[in-house]
Design a protein around this ligand. Sequence first.
Ligand code: HEC
Ligand code: HEC
Length: 251
Amino acid sequence: MIKRISIGLAILVVLGAVLFFALVWRPTIAPIAPGSVAGFPAELVAKGEALAGAGYCATCHRVKGGQPYAGGYGMPTPFGVIYSTNITPDPDSGIGRWSEAAFMRAMHEGVSRDGSHLYPAFPYDHFTKVTDEDVRALYTFLMTREPVSAPAQQNTLPFPFNIRALQAGWKLLFMDQGSYRPVAGKSEAWNRGAYLAEGLSHCAACHTPRNLLGAEKTADDSYAGAMIEGWFAPALTAANTTPLPGPRMRC
Ligand code: HEC
Ligand code: HEC
């Protein structure tokens, strides 16, 4: 009997370890020497700048009156305050030691360079749709900014939300990882718009209501309008009563 229980337990432990490694564990990506990535073509930097604008990177990664991309903005979520981090190339408090591969993984999988899971307050559930080429341009742009020393702020998430590993489960439930897939039968312009709206510009992050676990609702609720940080982001569907094109386009 005891033997059977111990075999059962051993199997459970092995299964748990396999699940943990497959689902949760992510390797640290080796640091690069600060300043070792340089000589980026000016066109790529300019492209990255335009893309950073379209992704509102500086809107979240900046405090009022602070340096752009230095982070520190506290996002009030129903789970607690999550602070944006420093994405200037400062070697110690920013991403100055991040390789392009580490940056790509953060944007596409929501995993930090050290292998820890990031919170989806960083809208990687949308950024996952951005092509490698566009992520590369963003990396180039950020790595050519002035480094700013700005250590990360402590989030105010209570247990269990402070366990980053739980985000692996969130991703499994709610994140559709992978690049934007063009919809057949739609024009190139339509697909370009959808690529930007659903990916980098993450319109749904504000304009779609969220469920109890903070994930965007789907189907009829997609773009149906939602409250975000005390603001109402109106429906972007036919349910919106604003005449189009209207003078109230403020995004
Ligand atoms: C809606 C707010 C928001 C927007 C927009 C946003 N971010 Fe973030 N970002 C965050 C938050 C919050 C974190 C911290 C998440 C955490 O600690 O788990 C973060 C983390 C990151 C990280 C990981 C840094 C680290 O040290 O682990 C990178 C890289 C990043 N953002 C890049 C970008 C880029 C590039 C853009 C624009 C394309 C962008 N972010 C737009 C909120 C945002
Ligand atoms: C960070 C949150 C956020 C993001 C991201 C965002 N919006 Fe908005 N949007 C808002 C809010 C809040 C309002 C309402 C502003 C107001 O009332 O002045 C708004 C208003 C609008 C309006 C005007 C609607 C009306 O009825 O007056 C349009 C259109 C719009 N957004 C489209 C977009 C598109 C397209 C995107 C993506 C490219 C986008 N938004 C991304 C928060 C956001």
